[in-house]
Design a protein around this ligand. Structure first.
Ligand SMILES: Cc1cc2nc3c(=O)[nH]c(=O)nc-3n(C[C@H](O)[C@H](O)[C@H](O)COP(=O)(O)O)c2cc1C
Length: 217
């Protein structure tokens, strides 16, 4: 069982979000998971150019750290997307990585995986960011297991909530938990992209072939 956390704060080891995400990872590790953490403050991240090369060829024109990060996302069974709340949203660093995963959206590449959200904030409860990350999970085919938000300095209850989230993530993976409402949302996204991929099969041959190989057309 592999769990990957992606931490979107620019503050490196000063990041409180990273501290909270590590609590989630620790709980998953205690249940036997192999855990890993990507700190985006140390990553080379180029912006998506909307060139559609990924849709056409399955590759990206940028040779930066995002390529490896996306590959690691594909290998993980569970993902933790962690971000400070910035103007009621995820950080630009994390958003840039998610934009680069648009092939994952077209091909629901994270189908069967589970995702948890971790935020820290100055005062907000993180609800808008959690709703956004749940949406992200579902459009890439994954199911969202829940979230934790806290403000520094953390109280014991915040750390306990983070640990509980790690356990929930592991249980969801181990039992292949199904969240009926999300299963319906994912099915609706899939139906939408089935139409789009069919319509654009000449423009996006790599993705069309992926859908055909999955026997989804
Ligand atoms: C550019 C910027 C925007 C922020 N916007 C918000 C916000 O909209 N709401 C909020 O509650 N806190 C906001 N904060 C506070 C951070 O979310 C908070 O300090 C967070 O814990 C920082 O996480 P980090 O230690 O992982 O970098 C903002 C901070 C910065 C630097």
């Amino acid at each position: 069982m592999k769990i990957l956390a992606i931490c979107g704060s620019p503050r490196g080891n000063k990041s409180q979000t990273k501290v909270l995400a590590e609590e989630v990872l620790k709980a998953a590790q205690a249940q036997g998971a192999a855990v890993d953490c990507v700190d985006l403050s140390a990553a080379r991240i180029e912006f998506c150019q909307a060139c559609e090369t990924c849709h056409r060829c399955g590759d990206c024109v940028h040779n930066d750290d995002v390529k490896t990060i996306l590959a690691r996302m594909l290998e993980a069974d569970g993902l933790i997307l962690a971000s400070p709340v910035y103007l009621s949203q995820i950080s630009a660093q994390l958003k840039a990585v998610l934009d680069r995963s648009s092939h994952f959206v077209h091909c629901l590449r994270l189908m069967g995986k589970y995702l948890a959200a971790v935020t820290t904030s100055g005062g907000e409860d993180g609800a808008e960011v959690h709703a956004y990350l749940r949406h992200y999970a579902n459009i890439v085919g994954a199911q969202y297991v829940g979230s934790v938000n806290a403000q520094s300095p953390f109280k014991p209850a915040d750390l306990a909530k983070a640990a509980a989230l790690g356990q929930t993530l592991m249980e969801a993976i181990q039992t292949k938990r199904q969240y009926p409402e999300q299963v319906d949302d994912i099915a609706a996204f899939k139906q939408h992209f089935r139409k789009l991929i069919t319509l654009r099969k000449d423009a996006w041959p790599y993705e069309y072939e992926y859908w055909r190989d999955q026997d989804w057309l």
